[in-house]
Design a protein. Structure first.
Length: 395
């Protein structure tokens, strides 16, 4: 067969069975003629003892010269040890993002994540990932696609960054499952938006006001004793909301609360006497497993946010979140001279970086001690009046 040209290809007529016409100049380059008359450019090579064949394009839509150049590229890749047919086959069989996300949730997230984190992942995938990328093939997601979604969520930077982190995790797992080539995570180099840390703590006067409101609610019965006890325990222990909501009486030991599981795994939380007094005064239903009882039998309370909004409004603490009670516990401990490492251990922080948000508060006791020492030295120097003025400034 001579060189494949337009004139030659036009002269090839269909037969009862399909057949191939091969080019005389480029070995492996040819055209398939089907009984219907359709003509498809092909490239054929051997790899691993097997014959591989790749369709380049239909004659008419693709010219012989273009097909010849593509065939040269494919055969060149074979010459350096690659297997283009397998790459093309893998791409055609590549799953969609919808399939990958389902597999990720079932086979990865469900086995490794806490139930709350799993629900957060599930909601993010349903609300943001699938509507934007569900029908895309995994291999067809590019960095610009991720950047566009991240930009679309710019008005909610926290949500944008968490979605980016989740997608990065999904694509890392996709590489493990060989749905994408190694090192191809499209989330790389997409920069997160700055997040403003919300480190709100209650000062002593605000704490006194909150304590008074809790006592008033206890007296007038506007909130249940279990709701009031929950907030007192949050303040006195620094626990996370979920740890108090799901606290069982069986977790209470002579010296601590022994949680078999938490956000950072099993942990032992100190239970000081004031917290024990709260537990001792709490009405307890015989046989009820939970400390903070809910409305349903043998169930813990389902929601503390609604009663908290009533209580904080009554205490004139607009915008204060339940989680800010944990910040208050930490800030009070640091200002009292408790080392940061110890505060992090009490709070159950998995990394010191989380505790370091309170580092600036550790300067206050140091400054106070330095001021007291300077007052004693200045007295000897006859600078008592000046020192008192300085102490007033520091306070």
């Amino acid at each position: 067969m001579p060189k494949l040209t337009k004139r030659l290809i036009d002269s090839l007529t269909p037969k009862a069975k399909e057949y191939f016409a091969w080019d005389s100049e480029l070995k492996g380059f040819g055209i398939r003629i089907r009984p219907t008359g359709a003509k498809m450019f092909q490239v054929q090579y051997r790899k691993g003892g097997r014959t591989r064949r790749i369709a380049i394009g239909r004659y008419g839509a693709v010219t012989p010269d273009i097909a010849r150049n593509q065939a040269k590229e494919i055969l060149g890749a074979v010459a350096v040890g690659k297997n283009p047919a397998e790459v093309i086959s893998a791409e055609r069989a590549a799953p969609t993002m919808a399939r990958l996300c389902g597999k990720f949730l079932q086979e990865y997230a469900a086995q490794r994540l806490k139930p709350r984190t799993f629900r957060d992942y599930e909601l993010t995938i349903a609300r943001l990932v699938l509507p934007n990328f569900g029908s895309f093939r995994v291999v067809d997601i590019h960095r610009r696609d991720i950047a566009e979604l991240h930009y679309k969520l710019r008005k909610t930077p926290y949500q944008a960054n968490r979605t980016l982190a989740l997608l990065s995790k999904i694509f890392n797992v996709a590489e493990i499952w060989e749905f994408r080539p190694d090192g191809s995570n499209p989330c790389r180099h997409v920069q997160k938006y700055p997040e403003r840390a919300r480190n709100r703590y209650l000062c002593q006067s605000e704490l006194r006001g909150l304590g008074q409101v809790l006592s008033e609610c206890e007296i007038d019965g506007s909130e249940s004793p279990h709701v009031i006890a929950a907030f007192r325990l949050l303040i006195l222990t620094g626990c996370r909301l979920g740890e108090i909501k799901t606290l069982r009486w069986s977790f209470i030991t002579p010296n601590a609360m022994e949680l078999p599981d938490s956000k950072t795994g099993a942990r032992r939380i100190p239970l000081p006497q004031p917290a024990r007094d709260v537990l001792a005064r709490l009405p307890r239903t015989v046989g009820h497993p939970f400390v903070v009882e809910g409305k349903l039998p043998n169930q813990h309370i389902s929601d503390l946010h609604v009663p908290w909004r009533r209580i904080r409004d009554r205490a004139n603490l607009p915008g204060v979140r339940i989680h800010d009670l944990r910040h208050t516990y930490a800030s009070n401990a640091v200002c009292s001279g408790v080392p940061l490492q110890m505060v992090g251990r009490i709070l159950g922080h998995s990394v010191l970086q989380t505790t370091l948000r309170y580092a600036h508060l550790a300067d206050e006791p140091v400054q106070k001690a330095a001021a007291e020492n300077a007052a004693s030295l200045s007295k000897a120097l006859g600078l008592v009046g000046d020192t008192r003025a300085r102490l007033r400034l520091i306070e």
